[in-house]
Design a protein around this ligand. Structure first.
Ligand SMILES: C[S@@+](CC[C@H](N)C(=O)[O-])C[C@H]1O[C@@H](n2cnc3c(N)ncnc32)[C@H](O)[C@@H]1O
Length: 1004
């Protein structure tokens, strides 16, 4: 797998907005499309270098990716010089390498930049011919090659009689049969009408697709979530299936990977029919699109996008008619109302009503000069707090520290507990502080709220809001119940409630008037519901004001609904991108940009053993929940309780419960398991094993699983479930999905997902542990060295090794130790971890504290890690006690979390530690960094003279190693400075230093 290239495009994918699947509807832990496309493709084609690879496939690669056409030949030519690594250098012009370059190849410009040490803009990193490049998602030539390669691989494996020539011919025939049938159907005037002729044309198209897909692999994702994997499988021409237990996910999946592909096609209406369906409003829309009636016909390029827009506009306009009076502002156009929750000062003689503000900025735009920043300047008279708008930098400290309020009038601190009690007893009071509006030129103005604004606000809360309970046991994701908000209607203020109620009514009324067939009506209605959800999550009193870009953000930034004390209320009819029209545009952009085959979604728990016949699925490609990382069902209730008010008659079964189903969700969440961590682990493992078991029965060829969790516990469970379902891991690859490698080292969280490939039924009988142990060690050492060279660090590196270790272990049904005990997966992963650690430390000969430091840094970076993992780390990795490491100040413990100390945290409070040759090496190096920082040359030269006089001293090796691993920041700057001046420092330190100066002790 070209993992660097996939990583580069996957990281870029996170920032793509226009037309991206993630902009259709929020879902948690979406996989990037490039990673999904690459994994689907790679799972379905053989390695041309494998002796068992069919000749027809080799010929296909040669013909499609290495032919005489100079363009193609150059496009997929392997790198002449590998810019980012030496491990496979030189890269031969083999078919395997051609195939890799087809999946993803760095552009010429990017290669040159890499060699010169320069960066390249994300958009230009991959070459134009790369399958996974965003711009190629509808490219017929590139997708045609990918589909043909899969077609040949799939058919040639089923029979040796197939030659490439015959398969090539067939592929072309299938493709043109589909294109012809599409042309005939889409050019038929008034194809929306239920005539026998239209039926026949539809049937012809279905038959053509069916005939082709019968000869393509079938791909299934049992945990489809937002639908990224099924979408990509269908894009590559496969028959693609997806399940998800969650009803909200099911709605998103159909909206992203089924309806646009089925219905988002051209349509031609006769003028009469167009008038009947869309009337004057339709003609107005035509004009906006610069379309017209030509020869009595109207051609609409995308039927679904058109109908969604037409109906959504009616919903918005009708709502506006009824509710825009709630959003008025002295002739200006209000954009955002800025609110704060207030509490009373606990000092009885003060009793001020204090807005619970953490800070006072309203606008701090990145692009603006600091003199133009805008903030609320408090004006205090006695116990009365008012505000004025001020410009410039604000130096006032916020009054709210984690819910504890320092009164600006008298200085008394009122604790969070006291405020919670107040909220519980008397309810929450909110105060409108400021209004951001647009003048007639579209320039933003800021003002404090007037009495008139407040008058508009004398509203009651709508009674028909969903009153279901939030998941009160889940304190990690929902802490509002502690602040007396424990039902869904509590997440909206009065005006928001009135607006949402009306919008919902309008959507239901417009939906009831749709006049097409039931299936198509349902598709349109689904998007109206999706629009509602998109507007909903930016119209809650738990939203977040992004003062750097002045946007209203949804509350789920941290995969939770945390309590907020100040929030923006948006004018839903304004020009903000988060308001109704902006959200509609995002949906339309997506609909207009997806154009491949549809996927099929069955909404069932994926443990169903008889959903598919035995061995009828070619490949399972999936991304199961990451243990306890995300509470999908709890979070998605936010949408579910509203969606069922719109869609329950269209999707009866999935909206039959009051809230989303929780019991069968495959997650390790203790609040769903009687608050027991061990029960949660057992539940996750049992559910996963059940689902994998069904998969093993139904799948013929390969199971590719993407997984992103750093804890050994989660990996142990995943691997146990795979092995428990009679499958074995045969390969594993890490792929970055979040941020650049340079940034990664600062975080302990897993920034890549690891894809493990498994094969059903590949396990042999018995083996002794010592044989397997050696094989595992050999494999892990090789893998660590390779991945380290590729730039992977920390948890990513380690978890990638787990896959390799399990692949050796899992070849056998039983692995026993000499005493007859069976080896467990947990023991095995411990061993993999230790081997990885030893490999990383190879070449660092130092005391145990230093080995601990460097090993930890390589594994976990500078971010936080769970205390349990720390204990395990010291147990398997180095010969130190965790207690001693904390005592030494190398590790900082905060509650159940630990992080590695930086130089200042480690030695900042001591003056002599690290100055003597017999002190731990890491202490000497940290001391040198601090001396360099303080520009204490005398001290630094003395240290070098005493501890690091020669260039081969371990001191310099350690610095070199830190240079590789430290995240950007002060420590890294010092390390780089020391290395840059190493020759000078060594030479200088040899020169005599004046006795007086030489005797300066660091304690003086
Ligand atoms: C990591 S997410 C998948 C994300 C997806 N790949 C995407 O890109 O959007 C895991 C999914 O598994 C679903 N899930 C959890 N338990 C399940 C079960 N028992 N059966 C089917 N799906 C389940 C969750 O609802 C969630 O959507």
């Amino acid at each position: 797998m070209p993992i660097k290239e996939i990583s580069a495009e996957s990281v870029r994918d996170k920032s793509i907005r226009h037309g991206h699947i993630s902009t259709l509807h929020l879902w948690w832990a979406r996989r990037p499309l490039p990673a999904c496309r690459a994994v689907v493709f790679a799972s379905l084609v053989p390695d041309p270098e494998d002796p068992a690879c069919p000749q027809a496939f080799k010929d296909a690669v040669a013909f499609l990716l290495k032919n005489e056409d100079p363009n193609t030949n150059m496009m997929y030519k392997p790198y002449s010089d590998i810019p980012y690594t030496a491990i496979v250098d030189p890269m031969d012009d083999t078919l395997r390498n051609r195939l890799m370059m087809f999946i993803g190849k760095f552009s010429d410009k990017c290669q040159k930049n890499m060699i010169a040490g320069n960066s390249t803009s994300p958009k230009e990193q991959l070459s134009e011919g790369s399958l996974i490049k965003w711009e190629n998602k509808n490219n017929p030539v590139i997708l045609g090659k990918a589909r043909e390669l899969i077609f040949v691989a799939h058919n040639a494996e089923s029979s040796v009689d197939y030659s490439f020539e015959s398969l090539h011919r067939e592929f072309k025939e299938f493709s043109s049969a589909i294109t012809d049938a599409e042309d005939e159907l889409y050019s038929h005037v008034n194809r929306h009408q239920d005539s026998s002729e239209v039926k026949q044309l539809e049937q012809n198209l279905n038959n053509a697709i069916e005939a082709f897909q019968k000869r393509m692999p079938s791909v299934f994702d049992p945990f489809a979530g937002g639908g990224a994997i099924p979408l990509e499988a269908a894009r590559l021409g496969c028959r693609s299936y997806g399940n998800d237990i969650n009803p909200v996910a099911h709605i998103i999946e159909r909206g992203s990977a089924e309806f646009p592909q089925k219905y988002g096609k051209p349509i031609t209406y006769s003028e009469d029919e167009f008038n009947r369906l869309y009337g004057e409003r339709g003609h107005k829309m035509l004009k906006e699109y610069e379309l017209d009636v030509i020869n009595g016909k109207v051609e609409i390029p995308n039927r679904l996008a058109w109908d969604v827009e037409y109906n959504a506009r009616i919903c918005i306009e009708n709502t506006k008619q009824k509710r825009s009076n709630l959003y008025t502002s002295n002739g200006q156009k209000p954009l955002v109302y800025y609110w704060a929750r207030t509490c009373h000062c606990s000092n009885p003689s003060c009793n001020a009503e204090v807005p619970m503000l953490k800070q006072f900025y309203i606008s701090k735009r990145r692009t603006a000069k600091s003199k133009d920043w805008v903030y609320l300047n408090p004006i205090i008279h006695g116990n009365k707090i008012d505000f004025e708008i001020a410009n410039g930098s604000c130096f006032i400290e916020g009054w709210n520290n984690r819910g504890n309020i320092t009164c600006p009038c008298c200085g008394t601190v009122t604790s969070a507990d006291q405020i919670k009690e107040e909220f519980n007893n008397t309810g929450i009071i909110e105060r409108l502080l400021a209004i951001i509006e647009e003048d007639e030129k579209g320039i933003r103005q800021y003002r404090v709220a007037s009495d008139e604004d407040l008058k508009v606000y004398e509203l009651s809360k709508s009674k028909s809001l969903p009153s279901e309970q939030l998941e009160v046991g889940n304190q990690r994701n929902f802490n509002t119940p502690g602040w007396s908000i424990d039902t869904f209607d509590g997440l909206f203020n009065n005006r928001q409630s009135q607006f949402l109620d009306e919008f919902l009514t309008q959507i239901n009324s417009v939906s009831s008037l749709l006049q097409f067939d039931d299936n198509y009506n349902r598709a349109i209605k689904t998007y109206l519901a999706i629009l509602f959800d998109k507007v909903l999550c930016r119209n809650t009193s738990m939203g977040v004001w992004h003062k750097l870009q002045e946007t209203v953000e949804h509350p789920f930034g941290r995969q939770a609904i945390p309590m907020v004390f100040d929030y923006p209320e948006m004018n839903p009819f304004s020009s903000l991108s988060g308001a109704c029209y902006g959200q509609l545009d995002a949906i339309l952009l997506f609909l207009e940009s997806e154009n491949s085959f549809p996927s099929y979604f069955a909404n069932t728990a994926s443990g169903e053993k008889n959903q598919f016949e035995a061995k009828s699925i070619t490949a399972v490609i999936t991304d199961p929940p990451y243990y306890d990382a995300i509470a999908y069902a709890d979070l998605s209730d936010f949408f579910y309780v509203w969606l069922k008010k719109i869609l329950s008659s269209d999707y009866e079964l999935i909206f039959s419960t009051p809230k989303t189903p929780k019991k069968d969700e495959c997650t390790a969440l203790k609040h769903h398991q009687g608050n027991s961590e061990s029960e949660a682990k057992i539940h996750f493992e049992e559910k996963l094993t059940d689902i994998f078991d069904a998969i093993e029965i139904q799948t013929r060829d390969i199971v590719s699983i993407m997984f992103a969790h750093q804890s050994t516990e989660a990996w142990t469970t995943l691997c146990s479930s795979i092995l428990g379902a009679r499958m074995n891991i045969t390969g594993s690859w890490p792929m970055d999905t979040e941020v650049s490698i340079a940034l990664k080292a600062s975080m302990a969280t897993l920034e890549s997902s690891v894809t493990v490939a498994c094969r059903p039924n590949e396990r042999k009988g018995y083996e002794e542990f010592k044989v397997v142990e050696q094989a595992i060690k050999d494999k892990v050492v090789k893998e660590v060295e390779k991945l380290y060279e590729l730039g992977f660090r920390g948890a990513d590196l380690l978890t990638a090794c787990f896959g390799q270790a399990v692949s050796e272990f899992g070849k056998y049904k039983v692995v026993e130790k000499a005493n007859g005990d069976r080896v467990t997966v947990a023991e095995l992963l411990d061993m993999a971890r230790q081997t990885a650690f030893d490999t990383l430390l190879k070449g660092i000969q130092a005391d145990e504290m230093t080995r601990f430091y460097i090993g930890w840094l390589q594994m976990n970076g500078m971010g936080e890690a769970d205390h349990d993992d720390v204990t395990q780390f010291t147990r398997v990795g180095v010969n130190v006690e965790i207690h001693d490491v904390i005592q030494e100040g190398l590790l900082i413990q905060k509650g159940n979390k630990n992080h590695l100390a930086n130089a200042e945290e480690h030695l900042g409070s001591s003056k002599s530690q690290g100055t003597q040759p017999d002190h731990p090496l890491i202490d000497q190096v940290h001391r040198a960094m601090l001396l360099n920082r303080k520009q204490d040359n005398v001290g630094l030269l003395k240290l070098i003279r005493d501890c690091a006089q020669t260039s081969d001293a371990q001191f310099w090796r350690l610095l070199a190693s830190l240079k590789e691993t430290l995240p950007a920041g002060e420590d890294l700057n010092d390390v780089q400075a020391l290395l840059r001046t190493a020759d000078y420092l060594r030479a200088k330190s040899k020169e005599s230093i004046a006795p007086k100066q030489m005797n300066i002790s660091f304690d003086e």
